[in-house]
Structure formats: structure tokens, C-alpha cells
Design a protein around this ligand. Structure first.
Ligand code: ZN
Length: 78
């Protein structure tokens, strides 16, 4: 849940490598589920969107624990 959409990242990647020696390179995207914790009742749950309310108490003060990562894990030459 960064501002990066996996599909647009993939599209840009393919556009960038086209007609270069990297043409045909493959982009593997691992999406990390977003886990949030309710600051009212401490319930931890998987968020469907940025503003998902707490499923236990309906609270809207949610701290995101994961899901904002954006890392390049590896680059492998074919
Ligand atoms: Zn709650």
C-alpha cells in the first residue's frame, strides 16, 4: 500500500526495457498484505483499503503495521 500500483509499475518496467538489451526482462512483484492495528481496541486485521475501519469495534484510528514496503529484492541476469 505504497502509492505505487503493481500494474502501473509493471507497465512502466516493460516500456523502459523495450528495445534495450534488457528487452524481455521479467518483473516479479510480491504484494505484501496490509496489516493494521486499531488504536482503540488493539485488534490487528488485514486492511482492504487505506481507510478500512476496525472490524471489531468500528474504530477508524488505525495504525498500519505492514504493507508500505517497496523493495527491490533481487536483479538476476539471464
Ligand atoms: Zn477496534
Amino acid at each position: 500500500m505504497t502509492a505505487v500500483e503493481p500494474e502501473s509499475l509493471r507497465f512502466c518496467f516493460e516500456a523502459c526495457v523495450k528495445d534495450t538489451p534488457m528487452d524481455g526482462a521479467r518483473l516479479d512483484i510480491v504484494e505484501v498484505p496490509v496489516i493494521g492495528r486499531c488504536s482503540r481496541c488493539a485488534e490487528e486485521f488485514r486492511m482492504d483499503g487505506l481507510l478500512s475501519p476496525c472490524p471489531a469495534c468500528g474504530g477508524s484510528s488505525i495504525v498500519r503495521l505492514t504493507g508500505t514496503e517497496l523493495k527491490v529484492v533481487s536483479i538476476t541476469a539471464a
